[in-house]
Design a binder for this molecule. Structure first.
Ligand code: DON
Length: 530
């Protein structure tokens, strides 16, 4: 089964599985297909994280996160007075980090792939060259971005039409199809060298961006040891730094384990209050302690220590909201030694892959590499441009996540796999910037503690708190009038989140071995399987 943000990408993955490909083969094909049919986030000009659990129980994690270009520096988004220049890290060429996706897919294939590389890239080429029908939501999003596409591109992208896009219109990307052919035929070199690298460097020069051919040649994705932790009956396997997701998720689930949430009821005042208070504290830790482990000593063991996590709930009162001004990041024990759009797949053997991949904002920095036809990320905004200055998601950071050449920016992406009694249980992850962690957290709780189905857990309303800003974001209807008022009485500030919080894709292994997909109704997401 494959669950992804677009029905055509799910179909591509299911087709690879039915031809005998394994979960990694399908993941590679889905990544490339999403780069065509879901250009808002699917990409070859961005990056991501992949968490794998093989049928024998062995686990692995691939970090293909973007890196700051060599010419990047700590204050690159500040003016003379050291104030952050609005939008510079968000839109246009300077917002782009060095892309990691193609190198990541090549490395995943070298280590775990079973089908020929070209067969995995080919379905995306067909979609890009022949075109595919636009969904209603995608047509709307392309129309919304039109002004930005015109403003930030140095050459007008071919798909910017005079008229508005409509559902069912056929969209194709000829330049992207040619770039994908180079990747199909030459692997890594098809992207990081030759014509594609030349076009990307030329694009950067025209748009005053920083990425050079040397940056591209130097880019390497890395295999990392997944974060894992036992919470109750479940083993959580998730992404380590440079994502904050795995650590934050295990902290949140560990705290919740100490409280009788099922007895308190789903999204009741008591449950929601406890979860919000936990989130407030966990995101304060994120802001202080998390960053690229290759540049900053992240105190992973200290942050995951159960006694430390419990101590973080100091000041929690069942009766009232804590003021975020009174919450400070914790001081975890130092490490003993130096440490260093979501889709879920389960193949016929029982291998599982959980991938979150991104350009950061919708359509990244809005810049297409002219002639090569792909969009670039704006992942540089995930760095802390200045201590305490909020990024696009309102997240703040300090030294741990300051900009440095070659450094990876901190992420919230949380591709996760759960085991129960040593067996594969769930594959889950989400999009949604800072809300990814709380989305994955709530879905896991919905299934493991409140008895929801996979689909029910993904569909259910969500809420979110991230320490700063000090408010609870809630989807319409997620809290119900009783809970909303009850939280307000305790002193929580509640803000409605229109358009939804996070978008998730999950697969649950049912007791009889069948798979249940959870595709998010907030998007065009679809499960495909056989
Ligand atoms: O890595 C991160 O945390 C962000 N760049 C993820 C961006 C995201 O989920 C976009 N969706 N709203």
């Amino acid at each position: 089964m494959v669950v992804s943000a677009h029905p055509l990408a799910s179909q591509v993955g299911a087709e690879i599985l039915s031809r005998g490909g394994n979960a990694i083969d399908a993941a590679i094909a889905v990544q490339f297909a999403l780069a065509v049919v879901y250009p808002d986030a699917g990409n070859i000009g961005g990056g991501g994280f992949l968490v794998l659990r093989q049928k024998d129980g062995s686990v692995d994690a691939l970090d293909y996160r973007e890196k700051a270009p060599a010419a990047a520096h700590r204050d690159m988004y500040l003016d003379q007075e050291k104030n952050v220049i609005e939008d510079l890290s968000v839109k246009g060429h300077l917002a782009a980090g060095v892309p990691g996706t193609v190198d990541g897919m090549v490395k995943a294939h070298e280590k775990y792939g079973s089908m020929p590389w070209r067969d995995l890239v080919q379905p995306a080429i067909v979609l890009a060259a022949k075109g595919f029908p636009l969904t209603k939501k995608e047509a709307k999003k392309l129309n919304q971005q039109r002004a930005d596409f015109l403003k930030y591109n140095t050459q007008r992208p071919s798909f910017i039409l005079q008229h508005r896009w409509h559902e069912g219109d056929s969209l194709y990307f000829k330049d992207l199809a040619r770039t994908l052919e180079l990747i199909r035929d030459k692997g890594r070199a098809g992207f990081y060298e030759g014509p594609t690298a030349n076009l990307l460097e030329a694009e950067m020069k025209r748009g005053k961006g920083l990425i050079t051919k040397a940056d591209l040649a130097a880019y390497q994705s890395v295999w990392r040891t997944p974060i894992s932790g036992q919470v109750g009956k479940y083993r959580i396997i998730s992404m380590p730094p440079p994502s904050s997701g795995g650590i934050a998720l295990i902290q949140l689930l560990t705290i919740a384990q100490d409280y009788p949430l099922p007895a308190w009821g789903w999204n009741s005042v008591k449950s929601a209050h406890l979860m919000i208070e936990a989130e407030r504290r966990v995101y304060a830790d994120r802001a202080k302690h998390l960053g690229d482990p290759d540049f900053y000593k992240v105190p992973v063991a200290g942050l995951l220590d159960t006694a430390y996590i419990r101590r973080r709930m100091y000041g929690y009162s069942p009766g009232e909201a804590t003021d975020s001004d009174d919450v400070y990041p914790g001081i975890p024990a130092p490490p003993e030694s130096p440490h260093t759009t979501h889709y879920s797949i389960v193949d016929t053997q029982g291998n599982a892959v959980s991938v979150t991949t991104t350009l950061n904002s919708s359509f990244g920095c809005k810049v297409f590499v002219a002639g090569a036809g792909f969009l670039l990320n704006n992942e540089m905004d995930d760095f802390s441009a200045k201590p305490g200055y909020p990024n696009t998601y309102g997240l703040v950071g300090e030294e741990a996540n300051a900009i440095a050449p070659g450094k990876r920016m901190l992420s919230s992406m949380t591709p996760t796999i759960l085991e129960k009694d040593g067996k594969l249980y769930m594959v889950i992850g989400a999009m949604g910037g800072s809300t990814i962690i709380t989305t994955v957290y709530q879905i896991i709780q919905n299934v493991t503690r409140f008895g929801f189905t996979m689909q029910g857990a993904v569909s259910a309303g969500r809420f979110h708190h991230q320490w700063l800003p000090d408010w609870v974001l809630a989807e319409w209807g997620a809290l119900g009038p009783g809970t909303g008022v009850g939280l307000w009485v305790k002193g929580h500030k509640i803000a409605p989140k229109y358009g939804g919080i996070g978008r998730a894709a999950g697969i649950l292994v049912l007791p009889d071995g069948r798979l249940e997909g959870g595709a998010d109704p907030r998007g065009d997401d679809a499960a495909a399987g056989f």
